[in-house]
Design a protein around this ligand. Structure first.
Ligand code: BG6
Ligand code: MG
Length: 218
């Protein structure tokens, strides 16, 4: 069996942290008198902390000083971390371990490709860190998704050609990044949101071993 590279986004793919990012951003936006909808939140998925705050301020037509901007970033992250601190293995999304364990049993490359600077502590908290051969996160990239840098670095870390890599992503920006990297893009979420992906599944429970096997052998 050939070795392919399987690159996983973290938030909203492996673990249900997307809801915590949403809560923390919504509270922050509302405290500034800015409305924040689920549709706007979709546009922040996969997007770095700094870029997310820029977008929210933009939507609210607000400008803040550099020091206030920094303070708001810290405030958002502190609220987010308060949710994360209570997290355990039960928040791993359904059938994530089925997919990871199948790939491990079949000697496939497994990497993380996340925009989050909190990725390693989260993986430690849910006891999945040891299943990843390579971690590329918000601390190791310059350009965020939709730029392909995060996934290209993961492929490099796995020593696998980009065209032999498969990306699992729940964000529009992430699917665009995977496509730009010339990788197979698999959307985890809604078809109408992730229509740019090569394949879309609601979650890992919809992904069969047969489908994984095809990805490995094709
Ligand atoms: C992405 C999330 O995975 O990470 C975004 O989809 C988030 O919502 C980004 O803004 C950065 O995360 P963090 O943990 O560094 O603030
Ligand atoms: Mg995500």
């Amino acid at each position: 069996m050939s070795k392919k590279g399987f690159i996983f986004d973290l938030d909203g793919v492996i673990v249900d942290t997307a809801k915590y990012h949403f809560l923390a951003w919504r509270n922050l936006a509302n405290s500034l008198g800015i409305d924040f909808t689920k549709e706007q939140n979709e546009q922040l998925k996969g997007v770095s902390r700094i870029k997310s705050l820029e977008k929210i301020l933009n939507w609210g037509n607000k400008t803040v000083s550099e020091s206030e901007f920094e303070r708001l970033l810290v405030e958002k992250n502190e609220e987010y971390l308060s949710y994360i601190s209570k997290m355990d293995d039960s928040e791993i999304l359904p059938d994530t371990n089925k997919v990871l364990d199948y790939l491990i049993e079949n000697q496939q490359g497994i990497a993380l490709g996340s925009a989050s600077k909190n990725a390693v502590p989260i993986l430690e908290k849910i006891h999945l860190l040891q299943k990843f051969e390579c971690i590329v996160d918000g601390n190791s990239v310059i350009k965020g998704k939709p730029d392909p840098e995060v996934f290209l670095k993961a492929a490099e870390g796995l020593k696998i050609r980009p065209s032999d890599c498969i990306v699992f992503e729940d964000s529009i920006a992430g699917i665009q990044a995977a496509n730009a990297a010339n990788m197979v893009s698999i959307g985890i979420g809604e078809q109408d949101v992730l229509h740019e992906a090569d394949h879309v599944f609601k979650d890992f429970t919809e992904i069969s071993i047969d489908f994984l096997n095809q990805l490995v052998t094709n």
